[in-house]
Design a protein around this ligand. Structure first.
Ligand SMILES: N[C@@H](CCC(=O)N[C@@H](CS)C(=O)NCC(=O)O)C(=O)O
Length: 198
């Protein structure tokens, strides 16, 4: 498998998942400003949507969309970083993935844009605060989003919250989430993926 990624971008979640399941994979770095791969290939020719992650399978077929790419990777070793497909525990992981994708990942999108005004920024931070309240409450009695076991939902949440320095927000009001970030960040798969992306 080949993962098209950009350092520190949301593709880091898929990178962590690949490390956690321990399947062989290759990384292809994408310059998201130029939309070109490290070898100069037009990235739109690989993913017409222009964004990372994209996962190329060994037969050349490609998959995009974080929430789906993560599940495809997890299902290479069923039961390791996602519960088996079809049962309620898996639907709850999918519920988290969708929440992270739509409410957090895309929710903080405006914070990346220089054109976002201070008042728009405050609105985004307020909505983010409500989402973080919800997550902190979920984490009060468990180690990871789904319980005692790390899943792809944690890989995704960790990745988005890891942007907080660049996006100028902190977790001071949510110590349970700050501790969770430290806990996930210390996992070997996470350390390895982060080091590889430098
Ligand atoms: N809907 C996509 C969004 C992915 C996305 O926003 N990727 C960002 C990096 S975190 C990106 O590549 N942006 C560059 C671009 O859109 O050209 C997903 O969930 O995978």
């Amino acid at each position: 498998m080949k993962l098209y990624y950009a350092p520190g971008a949301c593709s880091l979640a898929s990178h962590i998942a690949l490390e956690a399941v321990g399947v062989p994979y290759e990384l292809v770095r994408v310059d998201l400003r130029e939309h070109k791969t490290a070898s100069g290939q037009d990235y739109y020719a690989i993913n017409a949507k222009g964004y990372v992650p994209a996962l190329e399978l060994d037969d050349g077929e490609r998959l995009t969309e974080n929430a789906v790419v993560l599940q495809y990777i997890a299902d290479r070793k069923p039961g390791t970083i996602a519960p088996a497909f079809g049962g309620m525990p898996r639907y709850h992981v999918m519920e988290w993935l969708n929440f992270i994708a739509t409410e957090l990942h895309k929710g903080v999108g405006p914070l990346w844009k220089p054109s976002t005004t201070e008042s728009q920024r405050m609105d985004v931070l307020q909505a983010l605060g409500r989402r973080l309240d919800y997550i902190a409450n979920a984490l009060r009695d468990r180690k990871f989003l789904s319980g005692e076991q790390f899943t792809i939902a944690d890989a995704y949440l960790f990745t988005i919250l890891n942007w907080r320095k660049a996006l100028r927000f902190d977790l001071d009001r949510w110590p349970a989430i700050a501790q969770y970030q430290d806990r996930v960040g210390a996992l070997p798969a996470v350390q390895k993926a982060m080091a590889a992306e430098a």
